[in-house]
Design a protein around this ligand. Structure first.
Ligand SMILES: [Zn+2]
Length: 235
């Protein structure tokens, strides 16, 4: 009897939680429609990414039927955000932010820098396709940043690394020897690069500037920790 009562009590207590979890999962698996995108504010978009990373870093990513999402987004897309990230295999934005088909645009290039083509892609993602937030996502122990710190010269990498000059210019004598083995120095350059890249967007693009001024778009810089999976948002 005691066993029966305990079992019934546990089951009765568990059911509401199970129902809530299923409800949350079905909401999270709903694809973004034009209406849903329109009703998402820039702050909502950032909040969705923050919540997604909290799920990811807690091993609580939501499993959705991706092929169902493929079918539901086959004729149109209405992503809520766009992420500029590094090519690093350990920082896939959709996984890190627990996003799925049709949720976010992504532009990936070594070191998460921007050039004319990427700024054009961001203009398309926001002004044309309606995304509400741009996130520049750097990460620790970044090979591109380390190469820039070491002033590597190799093929087209030489030209790529010139993009980190503004971030390297933030270094002072107090940061110690400029060497990729100096972890705090590499981290400082990576954070400076993410911040400066995010700040550069309104200067490089009158379209992006207008959207930000109209409060239709928010730009954020963030750092992913490849050892914990956690994203830290830079002020
Ligand atoms: Zn990297």
């Amino acid at each position: 009897m005691i066993t029966r009562r305990l079992f019934c009590g546990c089951l009765a207590g568990a059911l509401p939680f199970a129902a809530t979890a299923v409800h949350a999962q079905s909401l999270e698996c709903a694809v973004f429609t034009p209406d849903r995108q329109e009703s998402t504010s820039p702050d909502d978009a950032i909040a969705r990414l923050k919540a997604g990373n909290e799920r990811f870093s807690a091993s609580k990513s939501i499993n959705c039927d991706l092929m169902a999402q493929v079918k539901q987004t086959a004729t149109s897309q209405s992503p809520h955000a766009v992420i500029v990230g590094c090519i690093d295999s350990r920082v896939p934005p959709e996984l890190v932010f627990d996003q799925r088909i049709g949720d976010v645009f992504c532009a990936r290039v070594a070191g998460a820098i921007v050039n004319t083509d990427i700024v054009g892609s961001l203009e398309y993602s926001t002004k044309v396709a309606g995304a509400k937030a741009i996130v520049v996502l750097g990460h620790n122990f970044c090979g591109a940043i380390k190469s820039a710190v070491d002033n590597v010269k190799l093929g087209n990498i030489t030209a790529l690394l010139k993009n980190f000059q503004p971030a390297l210019a933030t270094l002072t004598k107090a940061d110690g020897h400029r060497d990729s083995h100096n972890d705090p120095l590499v981290q400082k350059v990576a954070e400076a690069s993410a911040r400066l890249t995010a700040a550069s967007l309104t200067k490089r693009s009158p379209i992006i500037k207008q959207l930000v001024e109209a409060r239709q778009l928010k730009i954020a810089a963030a750092m992913h920790d490849i050892t914990t999976g956690k994203v830290t948002w830079l002020a």
